[in-house]
Design a protein around this ligand. Structure first.
Ligand SMILES: [Zn+2]
Length: 233
């Protein structure tokens, strides 16, 4: 394809992603600090309740970190070309989620000073928290530069097939499709209609679907048949 443009996050998206990543790292640092504190101070029979409280707090921090991190990756994705980096960047939340609990789990289960009951309760709760942190940290559908490039090029291609010589599109604040015509019945008279390129609507709203009404109208106005539109070339 001669028009293939590789996706690159806008400076705006990159700046937001950077901020989200900083907050994610802060949450993980606090989670790790919480774990160190729990290991040093709370693995005793008398402090079981506080140990459980600490586990819940660490879990909340780990989940918050992963959530912010995934959001950042959606704004500024990694490239699939570097396999190791791609894996680490997308699954960092899972890796750190497990690391936020693993040392504690080991130290609880090998502790000789605490009673069997404390070991059982604290051990089970810590293991469950570790699994929850790990699983919620996994990105099952990681975004990538390549996926974004494909998505945007497909949309740009559709607009070309509709014989439109611009890729200026419109979208409503609360909508999941983009529009070719500003006066389309679905966005006409709606508050907060924005315009921009297909790349922008994808970056800002994650929308990669053209409104059917606009598509039908463009086909009619520009004499494009169904076959021409569906022709993959
Ligand atoms: Zn429309």
């Amino acid at each position: 394809m001669s028009t293939e443009k590789v996706f690159e996050a806008s400076p705006e998206s990159k700046a937001s992603a950077k901020q989200l990543r900083l907050f994610a790292i802060l949450a993980w640092v606090l989670a790790m600090a919480g774990q160190v504190f729990a290991i040093l101070k709370l693995i005793h029979d008398e402090t079981l309740v506080w140990l459980i409280v600490a586990i819940v707090v660490i879990l909340a921090l780990a989940i918050t970190g992963s959530w912010l991190w995934k959001k950042a990756n959606r704004l500024d994705p990694a490239s699939e070309q570097d396999k190791v980096r791609f894996f680490v960047q997308n699954q960092l939340g899972a890796i750190l989620g497990v690391l936020a609990f693993l040392p504690m789990v080991i130290l609880i289960l090998t502790n000789k000073e605490i009673s069997g009951k404390t070991k059982g309760i604290a051990g089970v709760i810590a293991v469950v928290a570790m699994l929850v942190a790990g699983v919620t940290g996994v990105d099952f559908n990681p975004p990538s530069v390549e996926k974004y490039t494909k998505e945007i090029n497909e949309q740009t291609g559709t607009l070309k097939k509709l014989n439109l010589n611009t890729d200026l599109v419109y979208w409503a604040r609360e909508g999941n499709k983009y529009h070719i015509y500003e006066d389309c019945q679905h966005i006409k008279n709606r508050e907060g209609v924005s315009s921009g390129t297909v790349k922008e609507v994808w970056e800002k709203k994650g929308i990669s679907e053209l409104c059917k009404t606009c598509q039908a109208r463009a086909m009619r106005e520009n004499n494009v048949s169904e076959d021409e539109l569906n022709n993959p070339g």
